[in-house]
Every structure is written in C-alpha cells, then in structure tokens.
Design a protein around this ligand. Sequence first.
Ligand SMILES: *Cc1c(COP(=O)(O)O)cnc(C)c1O
Length: 228
Amino acid sequence: MATIEHNLHEVRRRIASACAAAARPEQSVTLLVVGKTFPAADLRAAFDAGARCFGENYVAEALDKISALADLRERIEWHLIGPLQANKTRAVAEHFDWVHAVDRLKIAQRLSEQRPAHLPPLQLCLQVNISGEPSKSGLTVDEVPDVARAVAALPRVRLRGLMAIPAPAADVAAQREPHARLRELLMQLQRQGLALDTLSMGMTGDLEAAIAEGSTLVRVGTAIFGAR
Ligand SMILES: *Cc1c(COP(=O)(O)O)cnc(C)c1O
C-alpha cells in the first residue's frame, strides 16, 4: 500500500481507538489532513485514499493547491488553519470553507464583508492561547466571550467553535489539561446561548488526549505525510 494511504489508515485507526476509549462515536471526530509544505500531488493521493477535509497554513501556498485540485473542489473542504493577516482576508473569503485561527474581531468583520454572496457563510473558529504562552497567537481565555458574541452576530460568517495549539506536554495526562480548559470554555459559551459545535484541537502528537477531552476535529500533518 502506498505510504500516504497506509498512514491515513493508521491515523484513522488511532482516532477510532481514542473514540472507543472515550465512548464516543467515531463519526464525532473529523480528520483534517494538514498538507503544509507538501505538494498538491500528495494531497491528491490522500483524497484518493478517502480524505475530504484539508488544512493549510499559508494563504499563497494554499491557493496554489486549491487551483491544482480544482477538479475536486466540490468534494473537498478547504480549511485555513494558519494565522491570517488583514491584507489576505479577501482571497481567503473567496476560496476557503473554514478559517480556524481567527484571533481578532477585525479579521472576522473583513471576512464577513468580503465573503461572496453566492457562497455559503464562511465557517469560523476563534483561536485561543489556551496555555497562556506569551509569544503565541490567539485570544486570551478572558477575551473570548466578548469576541465570540460579536463574531456570532456577523452576517456572512458562522462561528462554529474554538481552536487551540496547546504547549507540548510529556504525557497524556498533562496533554489533557489544556484540552479540557478549551472544552470548558466552549461549554461556557454554549451556556451563554451561542450555538457552537466545534472543538478544533489535537495534532499528530496529542490527538488521543484531545479526543479524550471532546475534540470534534483533529488537525494531522506529520503522521500522514511525514516530517516537514
Ligand atoms: C502544522 C499544523 C498542524 C499539524 O501538525 P502535525 O504535528 O504535523 O500533525 C495542526 N495544526 C496547525 C495549526 C498546524 O500549523
């Protein structure tokens, strides 16, 4: 079996076994295949092996791949998971389905204004600096409720939930802590009346911990395509 197909099966097996351990249905976790630095041909191989949701970090690189895979556009969901600068929002509003790393109201406002009328609303997550690392992007936990309410009120975007990249931790118990905090924050927003359903958390190194704490979408690159 080709490597990418084999790796994809292995990641699906990890997700299935983490779901079983958490008594959660396997379909409650979406696998987002993260292709940054890998060529469109590798993404096509992943598509052929059943992948349908693709995550990219860099806007220019992603636009090249979206155009290289234009024949699959109707069957692929494209997710921007990297940081987004204000001067790149138009291209993102026009070409992506999801944006995970929204960390300012202004970015969401621009995406809403620039989302073409013929497309469905752009699906958004707010990025939270859940480990409180000074050098990392993302909203602080305290900032999230006000920004979430404001983003949820915008017309051409739909706020779906929260995303985080927790600081690396040595063992699963330590990995679970920040994921649990993100889940609690999502539940707090739900109690305040926001209809949110997405916890974008978990990568190659911590997807079991993330699924144990309620992740609904894991973003996996290395385990599928290899080291970058
Ligand atoms: C690169 C990246 C991933 C994938 O990480 P792996 O460890 O390669 O699985 C997930 N999320 C974000 C935001 C990334 O930048």
